[in-house]
Write a protein that binds this ligand. Structure first.
Ligand code: NAP
Length: 242
């Protein structure tokens, strides 16, 4: 079996990525933090796509928990390894800097940025030994442009993009590629409460994106055909910003 790990695979973009990787023949390890029912639904969709999945519940922002979960997976799968990791888990806690509480700063950075470190580092050694790996990081338009009300989120995603570029240069010689994706507005729980009718007027394609459209790009970056792309951050935002 070929294995892929998707963090935040229980809902939204992560779920669509799990299904896409399943159609590519991957056994998908679905990480989530709390939403068991939605994670089970993702497993069901993976099965319907013709593959198998496993749940791996842990908080990506907790270094010890992430390390323990990944090590226990590796112990239970002797001789096998996770060759694709999609660092997708993320939250937003928007507020103007003036009113942003410390916990909302640290929480957002903890999941998107520290989560990338916590999950990627324990997987990296085997990828390097096997001389093949794909690391795909879910950044955001906010990490490229900076958005008001999102100093925490922009910092997390901007840091993720910079670290993507740095790590790509560390591991390229060993056949491991590292890329980021920067979506604009995508229809998931994360954008609930935003005024879609108003916001879509600012988007040249005049609509929000679908999770499956992001997953298609993840699928390509995860494929062998994308083997000469590394250190990139690819925007997918309906023309909103480039
Ligand atoms: P979503 O629908 O809100 O789903 C978030 C996912 O992350 C859920 O599976 C959730 O698990 C998981 N998660 C949250 N905290 C976690 C933690 N501490 N440890 C492990 N998993 C955790 O979000 P989405 O819109 O699909 O976003 C996915 C990624 O795309 C995020 O990184 C987000 O920043 C990025 N993004 C989204 C948009 C957009 O417009 N939607 C735009 C740009 C970038 P539970 O189900 O267990 O809570």
């Amino acid at each position: 079996m070929k294995y892929a790990l998707v963090t935040g695979g229980s809902r939204g973009i992560g779920r669509a990525v799990c299904v896409k990787l399943a159609t590519m023949g991957y056994c998908v390890v679905v990480n989530y933090v709390s939403n068991e029912a939605e994670a089970q639904k993702t497993l069901q969709l993976i099965a319907e796509a013709g593959s198998i999945g496993e749940l791996l519940k842990f908080d990506v922002s907790d270094t010890a928990a992430a390390t323990a979960a990944i090590e226990s997976w590796q112990e239970a799968h002797q001789g096998e390894y996770i060759e694709v990791v999609v660092n997708n888990a993320g939250i937003r806690k928007d507020n103007l800097m003036l009113w942003m509480e410390p916990e909302d700063w640290y929480k957002v950075l903890g999941i998107s940025l520290n989560g990338f470190y916590n999950v990627t580092r324990p997987l990296l050694k085997t990828m390097l030994l096997k001389k093949y790996g794909r690391i795909i990081n879910m950044a955001s338009l906010s990490g490229l442009k900076g958005l008001p009300g999102q100093c925490n989120y922009s910092a997390a995603k901007g840091g993720l993009i910079a670290s993507t570029k740095a790590l790509a240069q560390e591991v390229g010689r060993k056949g491991v590629t590292v890329n980021a994706i920067a979506p604009g507005f995508v229809k998931t729980d994360m954008v609930d409460g935003l005024d879609e009718a108003e916001l879509k007027k600012t988007i040249p394609l005049n609509r929000f994106g679908e999770p499956e459209e992001i997953a298609a790009l993840v699928g390509f970056l995860a494929s062998k055909e994308a083997g000469y792309i590394t250190g990139e951050c690819i925007s997918i935002n309906g023309g909103l910003y480039s």
